[in-house]
Structures are given as C-alpha cells and as structure tokens.
Design a protein around this ligand. Sequence first.
Ligand code: SF4
Length: 463
Amino acid sequence: MQIVLADLVSADGFVSKDTVAGGYGSRLRPFSRVTRIMSAIKQRLHALPSVQLGYIAAICAAAGHDVVYSEGEAAEGDLAIVLTSLVDYRRECAWAQEQRARGVRVGFVGLAASKLPELFEASGDFVIIGEPEHAIQRLAAGDFLAGRVPSPPIQDLTELPFPRWDLLGGNRRGWSLPFTGRPAGGSFPLLASRGCPEFCTYCPHRILASYRDRPAKNIVDELEYLCAVKHRPYVVFRDPLFSEDRDRCLALCDEIRSRGLLLRFECETRLDRLDPELLQTLRSAGLAAISFGVETSSAETLKRSGRRPIPPSHQQQIMAECRKLGIVTAAFYVLGFLQDDWSAVAATIDYSIALGSTAAQFKLLTPYPGTPMWKQLSARVYETDWQQFDGFTPTFTHPSLSADELRFLLGAAYTRFYVRPSYLANFLRLRGRGLRAAERFDSSVRARHERRERAMMAKAVVC
Ligand code: SF4
C-alpha cells in the first residue's frame, strides 16, 4: 500500500502543530511590529517535522508499505493520514475531502482528532482516538480501519521503532546562527517521554495519556542513529518535562559521552527539575538551550491552577547558571489567568524582564477542550470557532479584563520584553560594563513605552 503522511502547511500566520499545546497547535498572526519579527524568526527556527508522523512512517515502512510525505500538495496514494490541529482544522478537512474525491481513503491522527473527532469524521474514513501508534500498527498489518478507532497508549515505548526522518523529507540543511541555540532548519525532534506527571489544570499536554518515559540507553540509541544520518545533529527534545527523572538525565549524559556522540540538543522542563550540577552535566553532553514555563509571577495564581510554584530565588539561580554556561533560555508566560487584573499582568511582564531569560513567549490563557480548566471556564467561553483557540486570541469572558485589554497587554508584553537595550545586550551575551551600560538606557525606553500605552489605553502597563 502507498501511504501519504500529510503535515499541512498553513498559509495564515505561523502555525505550529504536532506537540505544540499538546497537539492542538498554536497560530501567531502578527499583531504588532515586534510580533511580526517574532513570527518571521519562528518560521525559520521553529518549523520542525512532526514526531508523530515520524513514528507512523517508521511503523508503516517496517511493515513493507511505501510512505510518501505531503505538506499540502496532492500525492498519489491508497491512503492518506492527516496530522490534525485545532488551529487549522478546516484546511486539514478540506485537504482530506479533496483526497477522498480522488479515491484516496483518509484517516486523521493527533490530539484535536482524539478530543474533537466530530470536527473531522465527516471529512475522512476514520479518526484515531489516542496516541496513534497502536492503531497504525493494526493498519500496517492489514486491518481495515473505519469510524472512530480507539488507540490505547503504548506502555513500553522501547517497543516503537525510531522515527524515519528520511521518509518525511528529513536530513534537511540547517544553518547555525550565532546566539540563538537552535539552528535555522535541519533539527530533529525526539520524544524521550510522553505526557506529564504534573497537574496544571490549563495544560493539554497531560490529557491524552499518562506519563511514560524511555530508558537512557534506548534514547541514546536513537541519538546514535541520528548522528549516523547527519553530522552533529541538533536535537529538540519535545517532552514537556524532560528532566523529571534526574538520574535518568545523568545516565543519558554519561551514555552520550561514553559513546562519543557529537550533537547539540535543547529541552523543555520545569526549573525546579534543574540544579547547577545537572545543568553542567547536560551542558557537557551538548545542551544548547532550555525552555520552561514561569507562567505568572503570582504564586497564589499558580496554586489556583494546580501548578506548583517555584521559588524566585531558585529560578534566578538557574538563570545565572545558564548564563555562566552559555545556555540559551526561553521562558513561557500566560497572561489572563482568572485571578489576573491589569496590575497583576504588568507584574508578570516586569518579572519576565527581571528574570532575564534570552527569550520570552507570552500567550493568553486558553481553556483547551479536555482540560480541567475547560470545565471550569466553559460557561464563560464565548468563542465558537475552534480555530481561534490559538493561544493568542481571547476566547472567554474574563472577570477583570476586557478582550481589548487582554490583546493590548499581550502586545505590550512583547514590546516591553524585546524593545529595550538590555534585551539586546543579554541576547548578545554582554556582561559587566556592557550590560550595565545598556541597562542605563532602559529607563528612557520604558518611559516611551509608558507614554505610548497611556496614549492608547489611558493607562500604562505598570503594577
Ligand atoms: S508542568 Fe504543567 S504546564 Fe508543563 S507540561 Fe506538565 S502539566 Fe503541562
């Protein structure tokens, strides 16, 4: 059988799918000068092949099927499997309908298909509910899939073959860029674990299946395979909580070093799952960048959302260690928690600047279907178009902030974080006198931001 794997590229804004927002995806439509630049940078740095389709390609190929990859062009095949998202589901359905009209059977995979199959089932022949590999193994063995197909999670992840990037247009060229950590293009995603053992009520990463991890040796086997297909690969660990098991991380680093693997990698984790010694060990094995959620500066708000706060002193210690080791840092923030008001959001923006990560990403609180937060907020949700659940669009009636205020605060967060001399100095890794000189100019830039904010909203983003 010839199987087409489709990861469709969106023409509207910068869309990330696969494991972003657990698989619901995000869409950044630039809404200011800063976000236009951010979107252009993300297009180059954040466009990764789908790890879910990588596994599906490997399973299908191992069973003797031909695999063809499509980013939107019509491809010849007997069957097409479409990676779904919430933010671009209409395009995915339209493409599926076109393929069916040409006589191709179509199935859907991904979190959006699993949690909202009703969006997809009229456009395809089957919808896989759950992590796809179990159902794909049946399909590859000759089973006829139709309707809603339950797919229980694979408990022992070592049973799975490694993703086949050569079948997904892999081994693309990448260009190393100074100071960014991740190169432009050519990176490989890798899942060393699945799910998350934490309980943040707004998070879609933990709603498809429970947490499972792979042993260090099995992960390094995959890294060795990547080193064989590409010289000095850049690997993006897509686990939401990479360093959950400290001993496993140390064993992973030992194994990378003892096999003499030359690679660079980045990971996402919680800062309380890092310490200076672990960071040094990870760095010596090739760690180039980390990303982590801070979400808000309010410990009380975090607790109300099921998230365990991390003491600011620990966050600052980890930032200082990363700066010392030359590790690029990216912090995630969420604006518009139920407890937030104007000054609470301003405090979070101030905190993001004070923490001094290399980059910051701000999103609006989004009640994703299937999360406890969705249940809590569903009576307040006014947005009926699922594509607007993109992380940057207000979707529910906030008790203290209007939709216009939320949009404005989101734009102000990006402007205040990125438009200041000390940001540039920090990005360029200036320290000592160079950084202090830049910081001296920050206050006049901040005053300009305030004037502009007062002109637009009659108040400034200050707490
Ligand atoms: S730590 Fe919280 S926000 Fe992060 S992946 Fe886990 S549940 Fe989600």
